[in-house]
Design a protein around this ligand. Structure first.
Ligand SMILES: NC(=O)c1ccc[n+]([C@@H]2O[C@H](COP(=O)([O-])OP(=O)(O)OC[C@H]3O[C@@H](n4cnc5c(N)ncnc54)[C@H](O)[C@@H]3O)[C@@H](O)[C@H]2O)c1
Length: 250
């Protein structure tokens, strides 16, 4: 099991299925966790579960769709715990719809949460991560690599997360920091369980990207995130590791 004692980990989307699984896994491994999400109730539930495992958790109820909110979150985390070792960019929204019906505000929101927030959080975190030989794990999606109808803004932002990871890794290749991504396939979380496609979609196209194997338990993906954030992955930089049950080869 990985050991993250005396390490501080910032996790966004911590009220959600994968964010909670990652928070519990880091808590189990002894980390201090800073948990952020716009969903206050879910966030407190996650914090209670983590604290039950004797880890230290703090929460920030925050909408991460502005640069200032991202900078405030990093500052609050460092002010509270005194350092930052790992940033996990997990918060995300799907926003399904027919391409011709997606409004400017929906497009802007998906870009703000899925792509801009990880960038601003990395920008704010880098000075702290560099002091601690720390690292970033961005959550992308297998949808970054295959075509998925009716979720075009989502997959475009996730492809952006993969390329942002690569280019940041190159820019920081001579510095003491690692930047990686994980691309999950379908997981049993509210993003999939509660998805509502609009009228008139072609279900055959959607079935093609819902995966052949059953949706994964987010704890499986959280395991990979912990490995990537650990010293055992010291040689992994600029990678996007896929954990999708073969979803992206179908
Ligand atoms: N569930 C899947 O099948 C799947 C597949 C591939 C990738 N992913 C990715 O995994 C990550 C986690 O998703 P999940 O499956 O746990 O879904 P989820 O809906 O359970 O969790 C997403 C979390 O992000 C939070 N969030 C949304 N907008 C926010 C904002 N503006 N500010 C702060 N928090 C905000 C939500 O409140 C929610 O708690 C996402 O990046 C998602 O794109 C999910």
């Amino acid at each position: 099991m990985e050991n993250f004692r005396e390490k501080t980990v910032l996790i966004t989307g911590a009220a959600g299925g994968l964010g909670r699984a990652i928070a519990l896994a880091f808590g189990e491994a002894g980390a201090d966790v800073s948990l952020a999400d716009v969903n206050e109730e879910g966030l407190h539930e996650t914090a209670a579960l983590v604290s039950g495992r004797k880890a230290t958790a703090r929460v920030s109820v925050v909408d991460l769709s502005s640069r200032q909110a991202c900078f405030n979150l990093v500052k609050e985390t460092v002010d509270h715990f005194g350092a930052l070792d790992v940033l996990c960019n997990v918060a995300g929204i799907l926003g399904p719809g027919h391409t011709t019906e997606i409004s400017e505000s929906v497009w802007n929101k998906i870009v703000a949460v899925n792509l801009s927030a990880p960038f601003w959080l990395i920008q704010a975190s880098l000075p702290h991560l560099l002091e601690r030989n720390g690292n970033v794990v961005n959550i992308a999606s297998s949808g970054a690599f295959i075509g998925e109808a009716y979720v075009v803004p989502y997959t475009a932002t996730k492809a952006g997360v993969v390329q942002m990871t690569r280019s940041l890794a190159m820019e920081y290749i001579k510095k003491p920091v690692r930047i990686n991504a994980v691309a999950p396939g379908p997981m049993a979380t509210s993003m999939i369980d509660n998805v509502q496609f609009p009228e008139g979609v072609d279900m055959e196209l959607i079935q093609r990207y819902m995966g052949i194997r059953p949706a994964a338990d987010p704890a499986q993906v959280a395991d990979l995130v912990l490995y990537l954030a650990s010293d055992r992955a010291a040689n992994i930089h600029g990678a996007c590791l896929v954990s999708d049950g073969g979803h992206s080869v179908c």
